[in-house]
Design a protein around this ligand. Structure first.
Ligand SMILES: [Zn+2]
Length: 266
């Protein structure tokens, strides 16, 4: 028997509440996919971040469920707030285009973890004033596309949370912001700056893929398309400011993922 312990983990502050036992499993949690695969910290005791996600082999889920899971993970585990932005919103100023991760507020510079996503209707928050995410989940158009974009923006949040823990977030954030500003003004950047800027984007996609994989995502062909298109936008913008710079190939990252999503049999 495996004792199942649940414990709220707040990565942005590095604190965890005392684990509480919620039940027993007859099989090893390692047999499950999803975030239930966790750190075993003493014999037959596992630590799990949360237990609402437990997929067994062969389970399927629809796209709406996957969308709910990635948003729910962002809110509950990473402490991220989401907001929809209408197409004319000035907030959507990043090259990500359909999404934007904000590490601080524009007017007050207060540190936040906000993910903004493009929708037809702006101003819908998750969590809302009652702590719910349902209103945010309901208004989505291209659900798989948004799921991939949200995972990518959460990848930015994961990188930011890691840097806040090590005390380097402000320095690195300012560095990237400076490079982004010069890209926007089409001023030259160095190869080192090009690599730093593109590397952050690629790393955010890699974290995003991991977060999706841990929650049972299967639409990897679509993920590959969204990721490639987004990174190509960065590649073009960087190349016009850094003569001769080439983006590293994505094959090692994307090929194994896309190979897991073969065309469905009719
Ligand atoms: Zn990005």
């Amino acid at each position: 028997m495996w004792r199942l312990q649940v414990c709220d983990w707040r990565p942005h502050t590095g604190t965890r509440a005392s684990p509480r036992t919620t039940g027993w499993l007859s099989t090893s949690p390692r047999a499950s996919t999803g975030s239930l695969v966790a750190v075993k910290y003493s014999e037959q005791i596992v630590f799990v971040q949360h237990v609402d996600i437990c997929l067994k082999a062969g389970d399927t889920m629809d796209d709406a469920e996957m969308h709910r899971r990635i948003v729910g993970y962002g809110v509950r585990v990473l402490g991220v707030s989401f907001r929809t932005e209408a197409p004319d919103s000035p907030v959507l100023r990043s090259l990500d285009n359909d999404g934007f991760f904000a590490r601080k507020l524009r007017d007050t510079a207060r540190l936040v973890l906000h993910v903004h996503v493009r929708r037809s209707q702006g101003g819908i928050w998750a969590p809302d004033e009652h702590g719910n995410i349902d209103a945010f989940l309901s208004g989505v158009g291209a659900r798989v596309h948004e799921t991939c974009m949200i995972a990518h923006e959460l990848g930015h949040a994961v990188l930011e949370i890691e840097r806040r823990r090590t005390g380097t977030a402000d320095e690195f954030g300012d560095h990237l912001e400076g490079i982004g500003k010069r890209l926007g003004e089409e001023k030259p950047i160095t190869v080192a700056e090009a690599n730093a800027f593109y590397g952050e984007e690629k790393a955010a996609w890699e974290h995003g893929a991991r977060l999706l994989d841990e929650r049972g995502f299967t639409r990897w062909f679509r993920f590959g398309q969204v990721c490639e298109k987004s990174l190509a936008t960065y590649e073009r913008a960087i190349q016009s400011c850094c003569v001769g710079w080439r983006a590293p190939p994505l094959n090692d990252f994307l090929d194994p993922l896309v190979a897991r999503d073969p065309p469905s049999v009719a």
